[in-house]
Design a protein around this ligand. Sequence first.
Ligand SMILES: Nc1nc2c(c(=O)[nH]1)N[C@H]1C(S)=C(S)[C@@H](COP(=O)(O)O)O[C@H]1N2
Ligand SMILES: [Mo]
Length: 327
Amino acid sequence: MHLLKDRGFVHPLSSEITPKATYLNRRTLIQGLAGAAATAASSAWPALAQGGRPGKGAALAANRSEVAGATATDKPTSYADITSYNNYYEFGTDKSDPARTAGTLKPRPWTVVVEGEVKKPGTFDLDALLKLSPLEERLYRLRCVEGWSMVIPWIGYSLAELIKRVEPTGNAKYVQFVSLADKAQMPGLSAPVLEWPYVEGLRMDEAMHPLTLLAFGLYGEVLPNQNGAPVRAVVPWKYGFKSAKSIVKIRFVEKQPKTSWETAIASEYGFYSNVNPKVDHPRWSQATERRIGEDGLFAKKRPTLMFNGYEPQVGQLYAGMDLKKYY
Ligand SMILES: Nc1nc2c(c(=O)[nH]1)N[C@H]1C(S)=C(S)[C@@H](COP(=O)(O)O)O[C@H]1N2
Ligand SMILES: [Mo]
């Protein structure tokens, strides 16, 4: 694994990512019975129409979203892959760590503090958040900065619904997300991998965009711990690390907020981090991607799409911006 001394851990080079076969072997050791049922669930969309549920989580009912761009036509990645190949460094830096170690996360009771430049700050209980707006099922592509992608049937609603409720002031120019940082629940926090808590941020118009999702579930169930239970952001046109997991605080601020990855290594991870095949990561190309689940011996790499394929919906947000400078 590639490590930069004194700066902690950085995303591995694409060539260093554990090959699928290796992690599959590791995974079968830990996965047990869930596997067979889970694989079957990937064959159809939406998951809810199938009757059965792939995992062991509580059911979360939702209607298919009507937001433009919210229903990708790609084949959904299997539940087994989505829940066993994760980046959640609070639970370890190996892709297989979170599924194995995130059982210690307690997603209930849970509250999210909303503060800063809003007229109606407050503390939202998880159940209050779940009732704030009708839940929708959305099929989004997720493109990790490391060069792989998945297609995930999320359940949630536009973050804009919550934002409108708390009435941002004229000074609210950015939103910062703060993830849980509790050593008692998160074994990875004892490693100086990133500065904890994990923080991320969006410009206000990005946060208000209807595609920006506050997610509570996937595949018809509440979020598994390893995917960021009980509530996370999903920003489908940005690299996966912008989508903060297990959010405990949402802060509205005037200045561009700190993000954990920028703090760790600003030359590689910018604030915007829009998926862009023409702007390479300093250590590798971003022109293509490996779709998890397709990586057999003859599987072709897929071309990465501008804004992860969401350009018709979000391109206008960046009109006139130099995307090489604001990477
Ligand atoms: N708090 C927190 N959020 C996080 C991460 C993390 O390490 N900690 N990893 C990010 C990265 S790099 C990716 S690709 C996605 C992965 O989400 P998934 O495991 O649900 O696919 O979560 C993002 N959110
Ligand atoms: Mo990622």
